[in-house]
Unconditional design. Structure first.
Length: 243
């Protein structure tokens, strides 16, 4: 049985580095400059700052074979940032505070390709808790047009207990203002090392093709994965992935 996330709403920000910057420059800025500013936000305004804040540095993965300019996920990704807030209203308030406007909003242009960044609010369900692990695998799937959302979720939730995984969360993508999301579910796995992450990526893709694409529940060639290292900058308290 899955466990709901008591931290409330999670926002997953999936993006690329700012055009003209190197990956090393991006990594330095997102972690040592922007990340430190978020931690100052947590320290000075904990009521409005994120309850939990995680950066995932993507170093490999796949992407969709869509026509250029039609799909943000037809491009490779450099990061997945995860922010937890109580609800949508709290997320809106957090982005309207003086600290966010003065110290965070403008800085985003310094390390993010704003034209292709994707914001995905999700409901996280913990299938397999984990204490700590440095490597992550994100598997992103899109249901087929016309398929009932509950039917898709029920089939997707039947994912097996993949042997290399030390933890597993399924993130249901929620409806939000703006253009419709091109992702409906995100599997999130924690792994001990890079080899385990690569092994699980192949297993996960094979399972998606067999259990979701073949029965017509998910779009063919629309699923992809990202392999990353995780940095928990603000752990929060009582998070269900802690033992």
């Amino acid at each position: 049985m899955d466990t709901p996330d008591p931290f409330g709403l999670k926002l997953m920000i999936v993006g690329r580095r700012r055009p003209g910057s190197t990956l090393a420059e991006h990594r330095h800025h997102i972690r040592d400059v922007h990340g430190e500013r978020v931690l100052r936000y947590v320290a000075t305004d904990p009521d409005n700052a994120p309850r939990r804040y995680v950066q995932n540095a993507v170093f490999d993965g796949s992407f969709r074979a869509s026509a250029p300019g039609t799909d943000a996920f037809a491009l490779n990704r450099d990061f997945v940032t995860e922010i937890w807030v109580p609800d949508f209203a709290a997320l809106g308030r957090s982005r309207e505070t003086a600290f966010y406007r003065e110290h965070l909003k403008g800085d985003e242009d310094n390390f993010v390709d704003q034209a292709t960044v994707v914001f995905l609010p999700v409901h996280a369900r913990v299938l397999q808790p984990v204490a700590t692990a440095a490597f992550k695998l994100f598997g992103l799937v899109r249901k087929a047009p016309g398929v009932d959302a509950d039917r898709f979720r029920q089939a997707w939730a039947q994912a097996p207990a993949f042997a290399p995984a030390l933890g597993h969360v399924q993130n249901d993508v929620l409806a939000a203002p703006g253009p419709p999301a091109t992702v409906d579910g995100i599997d999130e796995f924690w792994l001990a090392d890079e080899a385990a992450a690569r092994s699980l990526a192949a297993q996960w893709q094979a399972w998606v093709d067999d259990a979701l694409v073949r029965p017509g529940l998910a779009l063919a060639d629309a699923s992809f994965f990202l392999i990353a290292t995780e940095a928990v900058l603000h752990a929060g308290t009582g998070f269900p992935l802690s033992s």
